[in-house]
Design a protein around this ligand. Structure first.
Ligand code: FES
Ligand code: FES
Length: 156
């Protein structure tokens, strides 16, 4: 099997990558330096590797890099910067929704996809949207609070 040159469009930047057919998007992104995409379980259980693929939250460990050829990919680093954080990123910091932070990039991606589709979600809708993202540290309540706060601020 030969590598194929694919185009990964990540956070507005285009990368031409020679990729083998069995390489996951998770590995391709981390090899490109997008280490904000976390490797947790590699089997779709934890959500740490979530990215937006054409606007939809997916676990990048379950997507082959070839399947993302030409698609628009957004990682947590593409949502905002330290100087100009996305309201979700700011709300996570403000509410103490980040402890070790390993789950945070994936949580933020799932939360972003939720607010894009449902700008004012209920508590239950937030919990449902984040149900594929596991956190070992926070007990989830601060994370739910952070998404509610971001939704409020974005609606102002
Ligand atoms: S690393 Fe992809 S879901 Fe856990
Ligand atoms: S903050 Fe540590 S796993 Fe969520």
């Amino acid at each position: 099997m030969q590598p194929k040159v694919i185009t990964l469009k990540v956070n507005g930047r285009r990368h031409a990558v020679a990729s083998m057919p069995n390489v996951t998007l998770l590995y391709a992104l981390r090899d490109l330096g997008y280490t904000d995409v976390k490797n947790g379980c590699e089997k779709g259980d934890c959500g740490a590797c979530a990215v937006l693929l054409n606007g939809k939250a997916v676990n990048s460990c379950l997507v082959l890099a070839w399947q993302a050829d030409g698609a628009e990919i957004v990682t947590n680093a593409g949502l905002g910067t330290l100087d100009r954080p996305h309201p979700l990123q700011a709300a996570f910091a403000d509410t103490g929704a980040i402890q070790c932070g390993y789950c945070t990039p994936g949580m933020l991606i799932s939360a972003k996809a939720l607010l894009d589709a449902t700008p004012h979600p209920s508590d239950g809708e937030i919990r449902e949207a984040l149900s594929g993202n596991l956190c070992r540290c926070t007990g989830y309540d601060h994370i739910i609070e952070a998404v509610q706060l971001a939704a409020e601020r974005m609606g102002e």
